[in-house]
Ligand binder design. Structure first.
Ligand SMILES: NC(=O)c1ccc[n+]([C@@H]2O[C@H](COP(=O)([O-])OP(=O)(O)OC[C@H]3O[C@@H](n4cnc5c(N)ncnc54)[C@H](OP(=O)(O)O)[C@@H]3O)[C@@H](O)[C@H]2O)c1
Length: 259
């Protein structure tokens, strides 16, 4: 894959893994469109990477979970006469706790952002890539996609959707030069658990590991990749264990401890 002079749109680029993607694509010569709600943070990332790598960076501060957000974003991108060559669907969040105690509006927001926005942005920009026979869509799933996660029931299910959807779209691309890949990080250094509540399972990996794994996967044109050797092994072993045990182990890691 060649990224120099291309334009990469990254959602959730104001923190954590998204910032690492901004750095990784800029380092490879790609111009950037950075999207998230916190404009001050996006401006800071834009300033740093444009100075360091000499790429052009467009900041779009927007709440992607709001109704009509994708159409609004598309309009802004089109008005700036930008072509999205690479799309990184990274924005997402989880909520740690019992499903029956989760605020219903928060659950709907989680599904809208993690699934609805990701699918609609893919629908918005993949056809152009296919037409140009060039480009890539990177969808951020999670190791939570490989088994049910009591304590993060909705989150795990959204990530299972993301991985299944992405792998299926990869299967529809045939011999196109366009790449589509689902990236499944395990616990990673970011603000994820500040937002979700609870604590990460295991020692978090640096966000740069997610980015390096992504570039390797894009070069290999695989439909799906897990970040880190230990995560790859545990994700592939899950299907050999009894479902009850798998659910119990996952629940042991993520269910709130006080109940
Ligand atoms: N960290 C982990 O352990 C881990 C593991 C597996 C998968 N993941 C996945 O990795 C992706 C990135 O998460 P992260 O770990 O880097 O978490 P993070 O540090 O909390 O970053 C999340 C990003 O999403 C943006 N975002 C959240 N809600 C948004 C909204 N309504 N509209 C627009 N942007 C929004 C946030 O920006 P604003 O708040 O400025 O809007 C932020 O830039 C997520 O899809 C997450 O599920 C994370």
């Amino acid at each position: 894959m060649e990224y120099t002079g291309k334009t990469t749109l990254i959602t959730g680029a104001s923190a954590g893994i998204g910032v690492a993607y901004a750095e990784g694509f800029a380092a490879r010569g790609s111009n950037l469109i950075l999207v998230a709600r916190r404009k001050d943070r996006l401006d800071e990332v834009a300033k740093t990477v444009s100075k360091k790598y000499g790429v052009s960076v467009t900041v779009i501060a927007q709440d992607l979970a709001a109704p009509g957000a994708v159409a609004k974003l598309e309009k802004t991108v089109a008005a700036k006469k930008l072509t999205v060559d690479v799309l990184v669907n990274n924005a997402g969040f989880g909520v740690n706790g019992f499903f029956i105690e989760e605020e219903r509006s928060r659950t709907q927001e989680e599904i809208a952002l993690n699934i609805g926005v990701l699918v609609d942005l893919t629908a918005a920009y993949l056809p152009g890539m296919v037409k140009r026979n060039s480009g890539a869509v990177v969808n951020i799933a999670s190791t939570a996609s490989f088994q049910p996660v009591p304590g993060m029931a909705v989150y795990g299910a959204t990530k299972a959707f993301v991985r299944s959807f992405t792998e299926a779209v990869w299967g529809e691309l045939g011999d196109s030069a366009v790449r589509v890949v689902a990236v499944s990080p395990g616990s990673t250094e970011s603000e994820f658990f500040v937002v979700a509540g609870g604590t990460p399972g295991g020692k978090p990996m640096p966000a740069t590991a997610v980015v390096e794994t992504t570039f390797a996967a894009l070069d290999k044109n695989v439909p799906s990749v897990v970040v880190g050797a230990a995560n790859s092994i545990s994700s592939s072993l899950v299907k050999f264990f009894p479902k009850k045990s798998v659910i119990k182990i996952a629940g042991g890691m993520f269910l709130p401890k006080e109940k």
